[in-house]
Design a protein around this ligand. Sequence first.
Ligand code: PMP
Length: 401
Amino acid sequence: GLEFSEIPLCPPDVVFGVLDSFNQDPDPNKVNLSIGAYRTDEGDPWVLPIVKATELALAQDVLQDHEYLPISGLTAFLDSSARLVLGASSTIILENRYAAVQTIGGTGAIRIGLGFLKKFSKSNVFYLPTPTWPNHNKILTELGAEIRSYRYYDVDKNCLDEKGMIEDLRAAPEGSTVILHGVAHNPTGMDPTKDQWKQICDVIKERSLTTFVDFAYQGFASGDLDKDAWAVRYFIEQGLNLFIAQSYSKNFGLYNERVGCLTVTCSSPKLASCVKSQLAVLCRTIWSNPSNHGARIVATVLNNPAMFAEWKENLRVMSDRLSQMRQALYDRLRVLGTPGNWDHLLAQIGMFSYTGLKPNQVEIMTKKFHIYLMKSGRISLAGLNSKNLDYVAKGIHEVIT
Ligand code: PMP
């Protein structure tokens, strides 16, 4: 039987743990650089204007009801999600060779996709980059997978560990699954170059690895939806079949609506139907039917050219501000003459940056300056704004010197 007294306390989630400490800090100058959500220059959350407008229109729509959605989700949402990531003219789309299910956020897409692989793949080996989004590890642990890691980021040189990554993937047993971040790697912000992606693709083919792409930041990284999908589309052109976990949390700012999509590309429409039927079984046993509100907003916007254009403008507002903050932090460190080479800040993209600050320096940042960031030295550029930039740059300067 169950012994309640034997259940140990689980430590708080690292990301949300830092947020708790920040919230409890009474210091008026405190800065939160741990958040994985967009903030305006005033430090506020931002509801995208196109999202607000769509919500208002949907609220007026008398045809809307609260009936269950199909187990696999809204068709208009699934079709437009696949087009968004693969490109409307992709042969996969034209030949109807994909299986898609609507999920509870990007997390749900990862959970369903990895659950499917755990069930059907002949290999139990799953490769994660070091470092990676911590939930990858947790999900695979819950699934009972054999987790291995591949080198990804060189913390001494502040760059991609290209050689280590290729070496580790080359040593992977055939048929293992490799998890890649499709764009804007979290936590480092460091993506492979096009040449490096090509090498990665070659090794994947050579070792017959199954490719799982975590794709949480399309359009949010560069401001350009197609540019951010380059690696995914390159892999497809090279003939790989992919598992793609999309999230609309960041690029639509729909964090709490939990909108995601898992798309699996297949070699025939018939196989796609089989895969889809099995994905639906997994969804059925975890949440039965997906939620409506956020997916309805996304489907409405993606299927209407004028709304789509407005969304792209909204996306650009966010990605522009994040890259301005990245540049501004870099410039300030240069002006202060902070020792070290900070070029990696500019080589990284998206919401996060691996600053290179060591755990003891992070501790001083937090204790002395009330600036909250991850122990790994990761900062969220969304937490920076014109009011706190100087303060943060000085904090970094002081802990380094
Ligand atoms: N993958 C990565 C790399 C992420 O950063 C996130 C969000 N922090 C997710 C997946 C999950 O996204 P969602 O909030 O939509 O579940």
